[in-house]
Design a protein around this ligand. Sequence first.
Ligand code: DC
Length: 223
Amino acid sequence: MTVVAVDGPSASGKSTISRMLAQRLGFIYVDSGAMYRTVTWKALEEGLDVNDTAQVIAMLDRIRIHFDICDQQVRMFIDGIFPGETVREPRVAEKVSIVAAIPEVRRVLVAHQRSLTQFGSLVMEGRDIGSVVFPNTPHKFYIDANPEERAKRRRKDFEAMQIATSTDGVAQALAQRDKLDSTRATSPLQVAPGATVVDNSINPPERTVEIILEQITRQQRAQ
Ligand code: DC
């Protein structure tokens, strides 16, 4: 079983890269951010105040989480529902960092993330995949891009969902989320020991994917 860990900040392009990598390798793609978003979506559906940690933890005890595979991608269900693109809505995006900072939420989701190797070899993207979830994988990558590129990417995502935004507003929201993600006490966003940092500001994704694939081949030869 092989795991490729792809970490990095929001809108660095890591989702595009991870999906392409999974396709090229024939591995299953896992978006761990979507798992934190799905728990956040459920809390909002239930009308919970996500700042009230006890309420979120009580919800975690109540819900049933399961996974399936569709088009070589893992989908997370809560109480039998897969919320799909709903988890990308700004109302979820605004709250997800708060939910992702709760240690109990992380403990539960990290255990689920580790269990996904039951489906086969994985490309898993997130913030702590190389540092916490699969620290022993030799294939760890940290995808970064400059703030302007990231704001442009995130704005395009919102446009595709027909959600009106300004580049400044998006840049501010990203900066705020980076701050929360990298300063939280449990599993902050960081470059995992042994990870290869890949700058994805200039290269087209195809080129970044080639660079990563070459590195994986070298790492496999060295094993
Ligand atoms: O990658 P994304 O923007 O969909 O992530 C959503 C949120 O979840 C973001 O605030 C970071 C957090 N996250 C995390 O804490 N750990 C992960 N492994 C993945 C995402």
